[in-house]
Design a protein around this ligand. Structure first.
Ligand code: HEM
Length: 453
């Protein structure tokens, strides 16, 4: 029997929380572990109160598999959570907030620009950007704030590859805007009045300035670019020129600056956690160093060379399992439906806790252990149905996944090839933050002991 057709047997339990604030503190401390604990106690469906909102959480492999089924697509909608952002930009729609045909239409416009194809032939350019970033931000003898350094690196890479220019002078503004928008308008963990702060207004104005520059740049170069050289911004702008209904003027700034909202914090936090996890595990570090020394032994690299660094790939996958930046996906129920013996009502706000299985012994033996060999056959623990979802599930699965994979592998290979790094102090235990994107705390630093190459 399909999980959506399971007869309704019980009232959905409400997780015990504190008076007035509910489970806000548990969620702020460690949402991934909180959902795992609740899943163990209550099963795949439970309710969580956060201040004056109550969310229904659907979690585990059941939920991860449901999200991509026909019922899942019919019953779950993204729109409500992103409406505030769309309104804030004076736009009509955004990729993350559309569903059904409208979503498909936008995804089709952006698919090529976000794909692995977009970086074909550009691996060595990505390495040059990484080298530039290392020379700029990672000085020998210094303790480098890892996440911040990664934010500059990622902006440099995404800007160059996806949009044609690297807007480093806007990094702080982009980050501030993401912080406010995700906290206030999308996840609604903070009050709306914060949007009146001059800090936010200034940052948002700068992001608009960046968006308008990108649009002006397109028009300045229009006609001179061959089809095969077109980037994401060209594809978005071409859609606008071709069909104003598809991509109206009002939606341009939101869409052209979208890659930074989607890719900056996600990648920066993931590779920040990678640096910590690898330095914490000397055996993984040793294997990675041996691998990357062989990778770069001949100077330039070919695309197939990325297949020769299994330890780097294993460490990235293990980082995404243990430090998922997207703990859950947020949705609204479009209609009443049954799930795992519970009745979900139309309009209920939902968290789909897809990262819960990442921490379950049943699927990943000794789940707290950083074990970079889990993903190689015959173990291939991530291949079990619904257990591993760092890029989400269903129609909104990360569109930049292939790009992110190459970007993270090359960046980490190059960083660990170039630099001899150490935790500072050596027994440092990672502090994490959860808002807006879970990841290492901004004060996480590593010591640059010297250059390896
Ligand atoms: C560590 C790296 C990354 C992770 C873990 C990640 C994770 C995710 C997740 C979980 C979603 C689904 C959200 C949902 O269902 O509500 C998503 C969507 C998306 N991601 Fe990523 N992402 C990463 C990097 C990137 C990069 C580098 C880009 C491109 C610059 C990107 C572009 C997108 C886009 C455009 C969407 C929206 C897809 C849609 O709504 O159809 N992501 N990502």
């Amino acid at each position: 029997m399909d999980i959506a057709e399971t007869p309704v047997v019980s009232v959905t339990p409400l997780v015990r929380g504190l008076p007035l604030i509910g489970s806000v503190l548990d969620m702020a401390k460690d949402p991934a572990q909180f959902f795992v604990k609740c899943y163990r106690e209550y099963g795949p469906v439970f309710r969580v109160r956060l201040l004056n909102h109550t969310y229904t959480v659907m979690a585990g492999v059941e939920a991860a598999n449901f999200i991509g089924t026909r019922e899942g697509k019919e019953c779950l909608r993204s729109k409500e959570f992103w409406q505030g952002l769309v309104k804030e930009y004076g736009a009509t729609r955004t990729l993350t907030g559309e569903d059904g045909e409208s979503h498909k239409e936008l995804r089709d416009i952006m698919r090529r620009g976000y794909s692995r194809e977009a970086i074909k032939g550009r691996y060595n350019e990505l390495l040059e950007i990484t080298d530039r970033s290392i020379m700029r931000d990672w000085k020998v003898g210094q303790a480098v704030p890892v996440v911040e350094a990664m934010q500059y690196l990622v902006t440099d890479q995404l800007g160059s590859i996806l949009t044609g220019s690297a807007p480093l002078e806007y990094v702080k503004d982009i980050r501030t805007t993401i912080l406010y928008i995700l906290n206030v308008l999308v996840t609604r963990q903070r009050p709306k009045v914060l949007l009146l702060r001059p800090e936010y207004k200034r940052a948002k104005a700068r992001v608009f300035e960046l968006g308008r520059k990108m649009i002006a740049d397109y028009y300045a170069k229009a006609g001179s670019r061959k089809d095969e050289d077109k980037n994401l911004i060209d594809d978005i702008m071409d859609a606008h020129v071709r069909d104003r209904r598809l991509m109206p003027e009002s939606d341009l700034v939101l869409n052209v600056t979208g890659p930074y909202v989607a890719g900056l914090d996600t990648v920066a936090n993931t590779i920040g956690a990678f640096v910590y996890a690898v330095l914490k595990h000397p055996e993984a570090l040793r294997r990675i160093q041996a691998e990357v020394d062989a990778l770069f032994a001949n100077g330039r690299i070919e695309e197939d060379d990325l297949k020769k660094i299994p330890a780097v790939h294993g460490a990235i996958m293990e980082t995404m399992r243990l430090y998922p930046v997207a703990v859950a996906q947020i949705r609204t129920a479009t209609r009443d439906f049954n799930f795992a013996g519970h009745r979900i009502k139309a309009g209920e706000m939902l968290y789909i806790g897809t990262s819960v299985p990442h921490f379950m012994e049943e699927y990943f033996p000794n789940p707290q252990k950083f074990d970079i060999d889990r993903y190689e056959k015959p173990r291939a623990e991530h291949m079990q149905s619904g257990v591993y979802s760092p890029y989400g599930r269903g129609p909104h699965t990360c569109l930049g996944k292939s790009l992110a994979e190459v970007q993270m592998a090359l960046s980490m290979a190059r960083l660990f090839w170039k630099l001899d790094l150490a935790l500072d102090p050596p027994d440092y235990v990672l502090k994490t933050k959860t808002a807006p994107t879970p990841g290492p705390a901004m004060d996480f630093r590593v010591k640059v002991k010297g250059y390896r190459h």
